[in-house]
Design a protein around this ligand. Structure first.
Ligand SMILES: Cc1cc2nc3c(=O)[nH]c(=O)nc-3n(C[C@H](O)[C@H](O)[C@H](O)COP(=O)(O)OP(=O)(O)OC[C@H]3O[C@@H](n4cnc5c(N)ncnc54)[C@H](O)[C@@H]3O)c2cc1C
Length: 475
């Protein structure tokens, strides 16, 4: 069959894989030759929305992708610069007739896509965008009145009822134009002017992601309903960074989990359904960001805008350093610094502590997480922070303030997670991990600080802050 285009560009973005990749699959079907390209963003030094761990993980994903593309006969071209300018150069150099890409759920990416659509018309180049990052894009799951959902449960019900897109075959052969195209090479941390990342990161790339998925399907997801709130051990799938980078397709993951449920016991079914619910949360927050991009600046619930949050730098630093004197909080913050990851239950605990015990602005925590997490996903992160602050879509009401000590008793009752991440506490008596212990119980603290605040008192002050704000609005 004659291809529609002699030559096309596939623009890799957050879809760094060959398996079940919507746009790449379509590009290969439509074009005689496919130029695969990745544009490395040109910022230097620091970035409000990312940091060394995620950039290091991204660079390793790109190195792995370069190998995968070469294995099937293609060549991955790297260009450093602004996406539009680099794509224009590439179109000129290759005389490509079309650009294929997978759509970004984030507002910034969408702005670039809109601008590219205009430029492609000027260049006389066809542009093909595909759904790939999600099972359902923001316009697909709406209320009966065609409005976006603001609450998760009805969203999930509707999301689940929608037919899901099928898995596409892997791209096994790429025909690339002959040599001669310049490539800037795989980026490193130095490309962005970043120093060493310091965290021990998981293996990156499609192959490693697929191995993680198989392991999770085998060992974790069948028991997920029971294990998912335990912060230490193989209790959750740890696939969020792969979904973030697109080294794993959410379609494939979804269909594999559904197949597991169909073949499994009642217990496995419940676990698989619980897991699918988490994938729905991911898309719920993406549609919140898509419909209400102002959440990146402001509280989702307008009535909580203007709360008198604190900006105390030294308190923020103690939280970042894992030196608050609340062992569960410090364990989480140190896991984050050590691995670029943190268990979901602990994310909620540290976020609630920052916003409700320290009353620091949730945006400070949101940005720090984006700089420290390898799975940093603008929508889920914003959703998680606003949930914890009590200001978001379907958030915890402001008066439901979690007690870090009770959370420890429930989710880390033996202190195993704490001892793993806070070495000063390795020998501390269990009581000292489960409540604000007197120094007499500790012997010596070994450099570990006493709790920086009294939770009960801070809880009262926080409730006052919210109530006073409400009263000032005449509510
Ligand atoms: C304050 C805060 C910040 C967060 N920031 C991020 C972030 O930047 N990136 C991110 O991917 N997730 C974020 N989450 C959600 C959640 O903590 C992570 O998705 C989860 O810990 C990733 O580990 P996992 O892959 O083992 O998850 P699993 O428990 O195995 O869940 C499977 C997948 O479902 C999705 N998921 C699970 N829980 C949530 C959730 N609450 N919201 C949205 N998606 C979810 C993820 O894609 C995850 O990989 C945040 C949560 C909170 C409370």
């Amino acid at each position: 069959m004659t291809p529609t285009y002699a030559r096309a560009i596939h623009w890799f973005r957050r879809d760094l894989r060959l398996t079940d990749n919507s746009a790449l699959h379509a590009a290969v079907a439509a074009a005689g030759e496919v130029v695969t390209a990745y544009v490395v963003s040109p910022w230097k030094g620091s970035h409000a929305w990312t940091g060394p761990p995620r950039q290091a993980f991204l660079a390793s994903c790109l190195a792995a992708l370069e190998g995968e593309v070469a294995r099937v006969g293609g060549r991955l071209i790297f260009r450093r610069g602004a996406a539009l300018a680099e794509l224009e150069r590439l179109v000129r150099e290759t005389r490509a007739e079309a650009i294929f890409f997978n759509r970004d759920p984030d507002p910034h990416g969408q702005k670039v896509e809109a601008a590219l659509a205009v430029r492609c018309r000027e260049w006389g180049v066809a542009l093909h965008g595909f759904k790939d990052v999600v099972l359902h894009e923001k316009g697909e799951v709406l209320t009966g009145a065609e409005k976006p959902y603001r609450v998760f449960t009805p969203y999930r019900r509707n999301w689940e009822a929608q037919p899901k897109p099928p898995v596409l075959p892997s791209v096994t052969r790429l025909v690339a134009p002959g040599a001669g195209l310049a490539s800037d090479g795989v980026p490193t941390l130095a490309t962005w002017g970043l120093g060493a990342c310091g965290a021990v990161l998981p293996e990156a790339g499609e192959r490693a992601a697929r191995q993680r998925m198989e392991r999770a399907l085998d060992r974790v997801i069948p028991r997920y309903a029971e294990t998912r709130n335990t912060p230490l051990g193989e209790t959750t799938s740890r696939l969020s960074a792969d979904l973030r980078m697109g080294t794993l397709s959410v379609r494939e993951l979804y269909h594999r989990v559904v197949a597991l449920a169909e073949a499994g016991s009642a217990e496995v079914k419940v676990s698989a359904q619980t897991y699918v619910g988490e994938l729905a949360w991911r898309e719920f927050y993406m549609q919140v960001l898509g419909h209400f991009p102002e959440v990146l600046e402001q509280e989702f619930d307008p009535s909580w805008r203007g709360l008198p949050w604190s900006y105390d730098e030294s308190r923020l630093q103690r939280w970042k350093d894992g030196m608050t004197g609340f062992p569960i909080v410090d364990a989480g913050m140190r896991e984050l610094r050590g691995t670029g990851q943190m268990h979901n239950r602990v994310r909620m605990i540290v976020a609630m502590f920052l916003t409700k015990d320290l009353r620091l602005d949730w945006r400070l925590g949101e940005h720090y997480f984006m700089q420290a997490l390898i799975d940093g996903e603008i929508a889920s992160n914003n959703g998680g922070w606003q949930w914890s602050a009590g200001t978001g879509a379907d958030a915890a009401p402001y008066f439901r303030i979690q007690n870090p000590w009770s959370q420890t008793k429930t989710y880390d009752p033996k202190g195993a997670y704490i001892r793993r991440w806070v070495p000063e506490l390795a020998q501390a008596p269990l009581e000292a991990l489960l409540g604000p212990a007197e120094d007499s119980l500790w012997g010596r603290r070994g450099g570990y600080p006493a709790p920086m605040v009294n939770h009960k008192e801070e809880r009262e002050r926080t409730l006052e802050m919210f109530k006073a704000h409400r009263a000032a609005q005449g509510r």
